[in-house]
Structures are given as structure tokens and as C-alpha cells.
Design a binder for this molecule. Structure first.
Ligand code: PLP
Length: 435
């Protein structure tokens, strides 16, 4: 097996990492294996995982039930094309998704990543209105600070500043943006919160195919939590102004916010729903776009009579088998209790961070704990600090955050909380010294 340094040398010579410079000096850590909530580095160090590998690994790594499901499926087939063929893992996963999601969602389109499921959702909305004879409805309305993926359609509805729209200006579709709601989670939505959104809909509904939002929690765009009441108002306005509502639950889906889906906090039913990330428990890349029968039937009953999308690896049987096993595991587990215990421990544990000058805000919802700092985190210093503390956390911008696998024990979660607190104390000391 290749050693730590050999992996690093080849990596540095040839590999791009997410949102990174090529041949960068920023540290990357070779991983040898992962099990439960522990990631083992190639030099033998063990890290407690506080990231769930970007919201995905909700059951932890190397889970016997998920491993077994994949081994069983592997012996049958790892892949067949989905044009004209179907299979049990896809059928079973579609049934589970339809059962778990809001009742009007009945049609499932499997995609290979979250970004693609967002592209698919946007294309569905455009084809829906085209089928209704309203072909001018081809743009989208969203709120700032959103994140919906890295492909061009998805990117066009990401926050224009975080998404660096200026860089892609000539290619990127121009969409409508309003400020993200100021009303916090747990608060009511006031007229002034919703007024800009309604004005935009009123002015441009003839051009708008759909509103697209992350319900309640805006993830990679800033880890902001907003009022579920706002979401309820959005649903009402979408109906009033004849636009569809697309909810992107790629990050929030499958229990992360304390409900199976974050839209249940309102509750609202979307016309189109995107899921991904935790769908396979972090085992394989898979996402899905669910639509109401109204949407799927309207598209299918008008010219060209088909929905115009079809990924090569659509409904990959291995990925679907992992999805089925992951969802069954979730449903059979006391996940609500687990997430609620994590929530309470994060609230209590991170509360102490509020007292430091360098901290702008501390917020917790479900199994998501966020410490927002006043200044951006210096990753060159903080990432090695966290690894030395025996934890895997990946801060970005001004955000230090914890979103652990649901199976984490209170003792391991405490190690994550302590590591975050130590970083906050360290950065505040530096902040004080420099001001
Ligand atoms: C991660 C994410 C996406 C994109 O998913 P990928 O699988 O990375 O393409 C889209 N929307 C939200 C809310 C996400 O968190």
C-alpha cells in the first residue's frame, strides 16, 4: 500500500480538490479507512468526524447493513442502462422516497448528483409551463445566500456573490434574486420580510417558471436558518402568482434538521423536490428529483411528450441499493431522538462560544451547530489545529460548524465541541491582539 507521503506527492502533482488551487500548499490528509464516526489517516492518526462528509454519512462509515446491501447487489449487477430497462433497487427506492416525502410527490427522476437533480428540477419547471402554453416562463426566483450546486443552471440560482457570478456573466442565465429573509427560525414572518419577494413575483410572474429555495436552512451559502413561516408565505404566493415551488432538500433531507424533511417545519408541500447527499448514507453518488403528478403528467401529455433528460448512470443499481439500505436503516433507527440529543448537546456545548469578541453568532438546529465568526478563518492555521485535536472539521469563510453522523456518542461529540471552542478561544486571542 502507498504510504502517506507517496499519496501526497502524487496528489499534489496531479489532482484538483474542491474549490482549490492546483498544486496548492494547503494541506490535504490521506485517508486509509473510515469506520463508525472515525476517519483513519494513512499515518495511523484517528479523527472523529464532525462533517458526515458534507452532510452524507448519517449512519457513519463502513456500516455492516450498508456494506451487506452493496455486496448483495454487486453479485447481481453493478449497473445496467436505464433506458428501456428497470430493476428492483430503483423500484424499491422510488417507493420509499414517495412514501417518506410529502404526499403530492409521486414521480421520481433519478440523477447522479445533487447539482444534476437541480438542473432536472429547473428543466421540469420550464417544460411544465411550456406544456401549458406559457413558454415565456423560463426564469427562476430565489433568495440570496442560497447554494444549489456547481453546474450552470444550479449556479445561476446560487448567491451571486458567493457563486462569483461576475466570472461567468456571459454564460450564466440571469435569474431574479431577493434578499434572504431576516426572520429567524422559530420567529414569525412579518410583512416587511415577505414584501420584496411578493413584489418580485408580482412584477415578473409572466417570466418566472419556479421559485427555488433551500427550506429553513441555507447550507453552503452561509449556514443560515430562517423562519418556517416565511416558507409558508412563499408557498401561498407561488400559488397566487402561478409559479411552481422547487425545494432543494439535498442538504436538509433525511432528518438533519430534526424533521425527515425541512419543509415539514412549515409544513409545506413543494411541486418539485430535490434530494441527494444523505440519500445513500454517503456510500455512492445519487440524487433524485421528485415531482407531483400534476407536473409529471402535464409534461408527458404535451409536445414533445417526454422529459428531456437522461443521465448515462441514471438509477445506478449499486447506488439505489445503498439508498434503499440507508433509508430502511434510518426508518428503523431512533433518529429523531438521536438528532434531538445532538441538538441539545450542541446548544449547551457551543453556548460558551458566544462570550468571545471574535464570535458574531452561535446557532443550532437539529444536528447542525454553527459558530459564525467576525473574520474569515485562517485555514492554514486552523485546519492543522483541528487535526492535531483529533477531529475532522472543515470550516469555510467565517463559519466553524459541526454536523456529525447521527450515531455519534455524547463523548465523541464533546471532543468536537471542545475542539471548536479551543479554535474560537485561539482566534479571539489573536483578534484581541491585532485590534
Ligand atoms: C450539496 C448541495 C447541492 C449540490 O449537490 P452535489 O451532489 O454536490 O452536486 C445542491 N443543493 C444543496 C442545498 C446542497 O447542499
Amino acid at each position: 500500500m502507498m504510504n502517506f507521503q507517496a499519496i501526497l506527492d502524487l496528489d499534489k502533482a496531479h489532482i484538483w480538490h474542491p474549490y482549490s488551487a492546483f498544486n496548492a500548499d494547503a494541506p490535504v490528509y490521506p485517508v486509509a479507512s473510515a469506520s463508525g464516526v472515525r476517519i483513519e489517516l494513512a499515518d495511523g492518526r484517528q479523527l472523529i468526524d464532525g462533517m458526515s462528509s458534507w452532510w452524507c454519512a448519517i449512519h457513519g462509515y463502513n456500516h455492516p447493513a450498508l456494506n451487506q446491501a452493496l455486496e448483495d447487489q454487486l453479485k447481481k449487477m453493478s449497473h445496467v442502462m436505464f433506458g428501456g430497462l428497470t430493476h428492483a433497487p430503483a423500484a424499491e427506492l422510488a417507493e420509499l422516497l414517495v412514501t417518506l416525502t410529502p404526499e403530492p410527490l409521486q414521480s421520481v427522476f433519478f440523477a447522479d448528483s445533487g447539482s444534476v437533480s437541480v438542473e432536472v428540477a429547473m428543466k421540469m419547471a420550464i417544460q411544465y409551463w411550456n406544456a401549458k402554453g406559457l413558454a415565456a416562463k423560463q426564469t427562476f426566483l430565489t433568495i440570496r445566500n442560497g447554494y444549489h450546486g456547481d453546474t450552470f443552471g444550479a449556479m445561476s440560482v446560487c448567491d451571486p456573490v458567493n457563486g462569483i457570478h461576475s466570472l461567468f456573466n456571459a454564460t450564466l442565465a440571469q435569474q431574479y434574486f431577493v434578499d434572504a429573509p431576516r426572520c429567524q427560525f422559530g420567529e414569525a414572518c412579518t410583512e416587511s420580510d415577505i414584501a420584496p419577494f411578493e413584489e418580485q413575483l408580482q412584477q415578473a410572474n409572466g417570466q418566472i417558471a419556479a421559485v427555488i429555495l433551500e427550506p429553513v436552512v441555507q447550507g453552503a451559502g452561509g449556514m443560515r436558518f430562517y423562519s418556517a413561516d416565511y416558507l409558508r408565505r412563499v408557498r401561498t404566493l407561488c400559488d397566487r402568482y402561478n409559479v411552481l415551488l422547487i425545494l432543494d432538500e439535498i442538504a436538509t433531507g433525511f432528518g438533519r434538521t430534526g424533521r425527515m424533511f425541512a419543509c415539514e417545519h412549515a409544513p409545506v408541500d413543494p411541486d418539485i423536490l430535490c434530494v441527494g447527499k444523505a440519500l445513500t448514507g454517503g456510500y455512492l453518488s445519487l440524487a433524485a428529483t421528485l415531482a407531483t403528478l400534476e407536473v409529471s403528467a402535464t409534461i408527458s401529455n404535451a409536445e414533445p411528450g417526454v422529459f428531456m433528460h437522461g443521465p448515462t448512470f441514471m438509477a445506478n443499481p449499486l447506488a439505489c441499493a445503498a439508498g434503499v439500505a440507508s433509508l430502511k436503516l434510518l426508518m428503523a433507527s431512533p433518529w429523531q431522538q438521536a438528532v434531538s440529543q445532538i441538538e441539545q448537546q450542541l446548544e449547551k456545548g457551543l453556548d460558551g462560544c458566544r462570550q468571545y469578541d471574535g464570535v458574531a453568532d452561535v446557532r443550532v438546529l437539529g444536528a447542525i451547530g454553527v459558530v459564525e465568526l467576525v473574520e474569515p478563518v485562517d485555514m492554514a492555521i486552523v485546519q492543522p489545529m483541528l487535526v492535531d485535536a483529533g477531529v475532522w472539521l472543515r470550516p469555510f469563510g467565517r463559519l466553524l460548524y459541526i454536523m456529525p453522523p447521527y450515531i455519534i456518542t455524547p463523548a465523541d461529540l464533546q471532543v468536537l465541541i471542545t475542539a471548536v471552542t479551543d479554535v474560537v478561544v485561539y482566534l479571539s486571542t489573536r483578534h484581541d491582539a491585532s485590534s
